[in-house]
Design a protein. Structure first.
Lengths: 317, 376, 329
C-alpha cells in the first residue's frame, strides 16, 4: 500500500460519496413528488368503493349519514363544500384587515422595543393548538358573543345574511368564523409583518421627504411593496381555515344547507369537522365516503395554494 | 467551537428527556396491598398480557372504572379501551385487532356472519353490560335545576322535538304541570349531530309511545332540521346549559345541574333513576330477531305502563367471540366479561357513571353466554 | 449656436405654481386621514388582543388549579370516576406527555432528513431546472394540506399496508411528518440560501468534494438556522389533534413502544377529557370525589400543552440568536 494508491483510493471513495450524496439529494427532492402522489393514490384507493362499488349501498350509507336528506355522494359533499368555503372566506374577511393593521402597527407604528415583544407574542399565538381554541370557543366565546349577535340581528336583520332570530346559544357559522379568524390572525400578521419590514428604507424616506404623512407613506411605499406578500399570507390563512377541524367540531351546530343565514344554527358544516364527527361511528363504506370528502377538501386546498403561488409570482415579477 | 456546544447541548437535552421518560411508568397502583388483596379475593389464576378493546364512547367512564378495578386484581394485565365509537369499535373487532368491542347497537346479521373469519370457531355474540337511563334535560330560568322536573308525556316530547311545540308555556306542557309557572320562552331543541346509539334509543322510545306524532324513521342520525346539534354527549350538555329555553337528551350521568323531564308512564310521571331504568330492562323480552348463538339482545318495552319504570334507556353491549385463536385472549375475555357483569363490576360502573346495575335474572342469562367462551 | 443666448425656459409651458400650494383644508384633511388611520391601526391591534388575551387567560386560570407534580408524574391507570387515586392525585398526563414526545420525535426522524436533503437538492443541485421548479411549487402546495387529510392518509396507508385496524404511534408520526415536511424544507432552503457563495467557492477551490463542501461547510454554517426552523415546525405540529385521533388511539396507561399499541398524546387527551365532561360521585365516595374532574384535567393538560409549545418556541429562537451565522451583510 503506497501513499499514492491510498490517495487515489480515497479520491475514488470521495467520488462515490459525492455521487451517493447527490443521489440522495435528488431522491429526497423526488420523494416530495412521490409523497404527494401517494397521498392522492391512497385516498383514492380507499375512496374507490364510492365510484366502483355498489351504487345502492353507497346511497344507503349517504342516507344514513344525513338522515335521508342526501341520496348520493355529490348531494352530500355539495353543501359541505359550500359550508367549508363560506366559513373560511368569512374568517379571512374578518381577519384580513385586522391582521394587516397589526402588521403595520408592529412594523411602522409601535416603538422598537414594544415591537420586538409583540413580534414574539404573535409568533407564539400562531402556535397555540387548535383544540385549545376549540375549548375556548365552545365554552367561553359562544355564551359571551350571543348578546352581540342578538344586537346585530335586531338592527341589521334586514340584511339577509344577518336575518334573525339569532340562535341561542350561538353555535353558528358567524361564531365559528370569528374563532377561525382569531386562529389565522397570527399567521397572516407574522407573514405580512416580515414583508413590511423589508420595505426599502430609501423609498419610505423619499415619500416622507416629499411631505407625505405617515399613512400616505405607507400607501405609497409599504403597501405596494408588500402586496404579493399580503396576498400569499392571506391565501395561507385561507388554507388553514379551510382545513381546520377541532375548533369547528367543538363549536358549530352543523346542518347541510346552502344557506347564508350566518346567525342561525344548523345551517352549514365543514368537510374537515364532518369527517371528525362522523368517522367514529362510520362503517367501512362510511369511512370510504368520508375519505372521498377528504379528497375533495384536499383538492380545494391544493387549488387555493396553487393559485396563491401563481398570484404571488405574477405580482412579484 | 460554537457548533460543538450546540450539538452538545442538543444531546444533553435529548438525554435528559430520555431519562425522564424511562424513570417511571407513572401507574397509579397502590403499592403492594392492592394486588395482594386482589389475589386472596379471587383465588383464580391471574390474567396477564396486553389486551385491547374499542367501541362505544357511552361506556367510556364505566370501562375506565372497570379497568382500574380489574387491574387491581390482575396487576399483570394491561387493558386499554379506545372510545372510538360503536361503529369503529365493531369494525376493528371484525378485523381481529381487538379482543372485544363495546357497542350501543346490537350486531347486525351481516356482522355476525362476518365474525366467523376472526373467531376461532362459531360466530361473535353480544351481551348487555351497561344500562343507563337517557335523561331529557332542559334549561329554563326559574324552572330547571338539579333534581327538578317537568312532566311530559310521549306525545308532548315528540311534538317538541319535531318543532310543533315552540313555547315553554304551550298548553300541552302547562296542562301536565299545573304547579309550575312556565315562562313565554321559545324552545330550542338540542340533538346529537353525530351518529349515536343514544339518538337511536331516544327515537325508538318516541316512535313507540307517540308514533302518530313522529313521522320519521328510527335511526342513529337525527332525522329533522329542528334546533341545534351538538357533537357527542358533551356537545349536547354544553349547548343546553349555555342558553335559556333549551331541551335535549343525553346520558343521564351527565345531566349535572340541569333540569330533567319526568316521563309519563301509565298514569304516573317518572323521573329518571338507575333503579327505574333497570326495571324497564327487566320487563323487556329478549329480541327475537337476534338469533345467533349465545346472543342476549334486549328489545326494550317502551310502552311499559307499570309504575316506577323509566322507559328511555340506553343498553350498551359488549361483543366477543365464543372462541379465540389465541387461548390467552379467550381466557382474558371470559374473566373480563365475568367481572364486568358481576355484582361488583356493575356496582363499580354505577358508582363511576351513574348506570343501572343489571338484575340477577338478566345476569344469569348473560353469564351463561359468557361461560360458553372456550378457553382451551 | 447663435440662438443659444435664448432662455432655456422659452417655449416651456408656464406653470402656475400657486396651484400646487396646498390649501389649509387639504392639509387638514390629509392630517385627519393620517390620524384616522393611526387610530384604526391601533384599534385593530386592540381588537385582536381581546380574544387572544381571553384564550390565554382562560387556559391559565382554569388549568393552574390541577397542574401539579402529581398530575405530571402519573398516568390515568387506576382512576375510578372522580375519586382520588392511591397516589393522592386525580390521574395525570405522564403517558400523554411521553406519547406526544415519542410521536413528535418519530415525525422529526422521518421529516427532518428528507426535508434537509430536499432543501440541499433545491439550493445546491438544482439550478432552476423544471423539476426543481415543480418541486418548489409542490412544497408550497403541501404546506396547505389540511391536518385531517394527513390523518386520513396515514390511516388509509397503514390499514392497507399493515392490515385493517392498525393503530400505533408511528402512524401518527407519519401523519405529523407529512405536515412538518414542507415547513422544514422551506426554512432549511432559506437558511442554505443565505450561506455566502464565497464559502462554497473557497472550499471547492481547495479541492474538497461537493459532498464534503455541503456537509462540512454549508450545512455546518446553516445548522443553527435549520435547527431553529425544525423546532418551530415541531411547535406547529405538536398540538395537532385531528390526525392523531384516528391514527394513534387513546389509552390510560403508559406505552413506550412507538411501533405497537395505542398511544395517548396531549391534544387527544385534552379532547377526550373534555368529551367526558363529568363523572358521578356516589354517596359512598366521600368528600374527596370531584364531579368536574375531567374538565379540570382537560384545562390543565391544555395549559401544559401551551407551556410546551412556549418552551419550544423560546428554545428555537434562542438557538437562532445565539448561534446565528455571521454574514457580511
Amino acid at each position: 500500500m503506497s501513499l499514492h494508491s491510498t490517495a487515489t483510493e480515497s479520491r475514488g471513495a470521495d467520488r462515490r460519496g459525492d455521487a451517493i450524496f447527490k443521489g440522495v439529494a435528488y431522491g429526497c427532492g423526488i420523494l416530495i413528488l412521490i409523497v404527494l402522489a401517494a397521498v392522492t393514490l391512497f385516498l383514492l384507493f380507499r375512496a374507490w368503493p364510492l365510484i366502483g362499488g355498489d351504487g345502492k349501498a353507497n346511497a344507503a350509507t349517504v342516507e344514513s349519514f344525513t338522515g335521508g336528506l342526501a341520496h348520493n355522494f355529490w348531494q352530500y359533499v355539495g353543501p359541505l363544500v359550500f359550508g367549508t368555503v363560506l366559513v373560511a372566506a368569512l374568517a379571512l374577511g374578518i381577519a384580513f384587515f385586522i391582521a394587516v393593521g397589526i402588521a403595520l402597527f408592529i412594523s411602522h407604528y409601535a416603538p422598537r422595543r414594544l415591537a420586538a415583544v409583540l413580534n414574539y407574542i404573535v409568533d407564539l399565538l400562531a402556535a397555540i393548538p387548535s383544540v385549545i381554541y376549540g375549548l375556548w370557543g365552545g365554552l367561553v366565546l359562544v355564551p359571551a358573543i350571543h348578546p352581540f349577535w342578538d344586537w346585530v340581528a335586531r338592527y341589521f336583520g334586514w340584511i339577509p345574511i344577518f336575518s334573525g332570530p339569532a340562535a341561542n346559544p350561538s353555535r353558528t357559522v358567524a361564531t365559528v368564523a370569528v374563532v377561525l379568524a382569531v386562529m389565522i390572525l397570527p399567521i397572516i400578521t407574522s407573514m405580512s409583518r416580515d414583508i413590511f419590514v423589508q420595505t426599502p428604507r430609501l423609498q419610505e424616506e423619499a415619500a416622507l421627504a416629499l411631505g407625505a404623512t405617515k399613512w400616505e407613506m405607507i400607501k405609497l411605499a409599504v403597501l405596494p411593496f408588500g402586496r404579493s406578500g399580503i396576498v400569499s399570507a392571506s391565501m395561507l390563512g385561507l388554507g388553514r381555515a379551510l382545513g381546520e377541524t377541532m375548533a369547528v367540531l367543538m363549536i358549530l351546530s352543523p346542518g347541510l344547507r346552502y344557506s347564508f343565514k350566518l346567525l342561525q344554527a344548523s345551517q352549514s358544516q365543514t368537510i374537515a369537522a364532518n369527517i371528525a364527527a362522523q368517522y367514529p361511528e362510520a362503517n367501512n363504506l362510511g369511512v370510504s365516503t368520508l375519505i372521498g370528502t377528504g379528497l375533495v377538501l384536499f383538492l380545494i386546498t391544493f387549488l387555493v395554494n396553487f393559485l396563491a403561488r401563481k398570484i404571488t409570482r405574477k405580482i412579484g415579477a | 467551537m460554537r457548533k460543538n456546544t450546540l450539538i452538545r447541548s442538543i444531546a444533553a437535552v435529548c438525554g435528559i428527556t430520555m431519562l425522564a421518560g424511562f424513570a417511571a411508568c407513572g401507574d397509579n397502583t397502590a403499592a403492594t396491598n392492592g394486588s395482594d388483596a386482589g389475589a386472596t379475593q379471587k383465588g383464580a389464576a391471574k390474567i396477564s398480557g396486553e389486551f385491547q378493546g374499542a367501541g362505544a364512547s357511552s361506556q367510556q367512564t364505566a370501562v375506565e372504572a372497570w379497568i382500574a378495578s380489574y387491574t387491581q386484581q390482575n396487576p399483570d394485565a394491561k387493558i386499554s379501551y379506545n372510545p372510538t365509537g360503536s361503529g369503529a369499535g365493531v369494525t376493528t373487532f371484525l378485523t381481529g385487532a381487538t379482543a372485544w368491542a363495546g357497542s350501543d347497537a346490537s350486531l347486525s346479521a351481516d356482522e355476525v356472519k362476518q365474525s366467523a373469519s376472526v373467531c376461532a370457531s362459531g360466530n361473535a355474540f353480544d351481551v348487555p353490560v351497561y344500562i343507563s337511563p337517557i335523561a331529557i334535560v332542559f334549561n329554563l330560568k326559574g324552572v330547571s335545576g338539579k333534581d327538578k322536573h317537568v312532566n311530559m308525556d310521549g306525545s308532548t316530547i315528540a311534538k317538541i322535538f319535531d318543532g310543533k311545540i315552540t313555547k315553554w308555556n304551550d298548553p300541552a306542557i302547562a296542562e301536565q304541570n299545573p304547579k309550575a309557572t312556565l315562562p313565554d320562552t321559545p324552545i330550542t331543541v338540542v340533538h346529537r349531530s353525530d351518529k349515536s346509539g343514544t339518538t337511536k334509543n331516544f327515537l325508538s322510545y318516541v316512535k313507540d309511545v307517540a308514533g302518530s306524532d313522529w313521522n320519521y324513521e328510527v335511526g342513529e342520525n337525527w332525522p329533522n332540521q329542528i334546533g341545534q346539534g351538538g357533537k357527542g354527549t358533551d356537545g349536547v350538555i354544553n349547548t343546553v346549559s349555555q342558553a335559556d329555553g333549551t331541551i335535549g337528551y343525553a346520558d343521564a350521568s351527565k345531566a349535572g345541574e340541569l333540569g330533567t323531564v319526568a316521563v309519563k308512564v301509565g298514569e304516573d310521571y317518572v323521573p329518571y333513576s338507575a333503579e327505574a331504568a333497570a326495571k324497564v330492562v327487566d320487563a323487556s323480552p329478549v329480541d327475537a330477531d337476534a338469533t345467533g348463538e349465545n346472543r342476549v339482545v334486549i328489545a326494550l318495552n317502551h310502552k311499559i305502563d307499570s309504575g316506577n319504570a323509566y322507559p328511555v334507556v340506553l343498553v350498551s353491549y359488549d361483543v366477543a367471540c365464543p372462541a379465540y385463536k389465541d387461548a390467552k385472549t379467550g381466557e382474558f375475555v371470559k374473566s373480563w366479561l365475568n367481572y364486568v357483569v358481576s355484582k361488583e363490576g356493575q356496582q363499580t360502573a354505577a358508582d363511576a357513571s351513574g348506570s343501572a346495575p343489571m338484575s340477577d335474572s338478566l345476569r344469569q342469562k348473560v353469564v351463561k353466554s359468557i361461560e360458553a367462551i372456550k378457553t382451551k | 449656436m447663435a440662438s443659444s443666448s435664448d432662455s432655456p425656459m422659452d417655449g416651456a409651458p408656464v406653470i402656475d405654481f400657486d396651484r400646487f400650494v396646498p390649501t389649509r383644508s387639504a392639509i387638514a384633511a390629509r392630517k385627519r386621514k393620517d390620524l384616522l388611520m393611526r387610530v384604526l391601526v391601533a384599534a385593530a391591534f386592540v381588537i385582536a388582543l381581546v380574544p387572544l388575551v381571553s384564550v390565554l387567560w382562560t387556559t391559565i386560570a382554569s388549568g393552574v388549579r390541577r397542574l401539579n407534580l402529581n398530575f405530571l408524574s402519573y398516568n390515568m391507570s387506576g382512576v375510578i370516576g372522580g375519586r382520588p387515586t392511591p397516589s393522592g392525585g386525580y390521574g395525570g398526563i405522564l403517558h400523554a406527555v411521553i406519547g406526544t414526545l415519542e410521536i413528535t420525535l418519530g415525525a422529526v426522524a422521518i421529516s427532518v432528513p428528507i426535508g434537509i436533503m430536499c432543501a440541499v437538492y433545491l439550493v445546491e443541485y438544482a439550478h432552476g431546472g423544471p423539476l426543481s421548479r415543480i418541486i418548489a411549487i409542490l412544497v408550497d402546495v403541501m404546506s396547505g394540506i389540511p391536518s385531517i387529510v394527513a390523518g386520513l392518509f396515514a390511516f388509509s396507508m397503514f390499514s392497507i399496508v399493515f392490515g385493517p385496524g392498525t393503530i400505533n404511534g408511528i402512524s401518527g408520526s407519519v401523519a405529523l411528518s407529512l405536515l412538518m415536511l414542507p415547513t422544514v424544507v422551506k426554512s432549511s432552503e432559506e437558511m442554505l440560501k443565505i450561506v455566502p457563495d464565497d464559502l462554497r467557492e473557497a472550499s471547492l477551490a481547495l479541492g474538497v468534494t461537493k459532498q464534503r463542501t455541503i456537509t462540512k461547510i454549508v450545512l455546518r454554517t446553516s445548522l443553527p438556522g435549520i435547527v431553529s426552523g425544525v423546532i418551530l415546525a415541531i411547535a406547529r405540529v405538536i398540538g395537532e389533534t385531528a390526525p392523531l385521533l384516528m391514527t394513534a388511539g387513546y389509552i390510560a396507561t403508559t406505552n413506550f413502544n412507538l411501533f405497537s399499541g395505542q398511544m395517548t398524546t396531549l391534544p387527544v387527551y385534552v379532547y377526550q377529557e373534555y368529551s367526558k365532561l363529568s363523572v358521578t360521585c356516589p354517596a359512598s365516595a366521600g368528600a374527596d370525589c370531584i364531579t368536574s374532574i375531567p374538565m379540570q384535567r382537560s384545562w390543565a393538560a391544555a395549559l401544559t400543552l401551551i407551556i410546551l409549545v412556549l418552551i419550544l418556541n423560546l428554545v428555537g429562537r434562542l438557538v437562532a440568536r445565539v448561534f446565528a451565522v455571521k454574514t457580511e451583510r
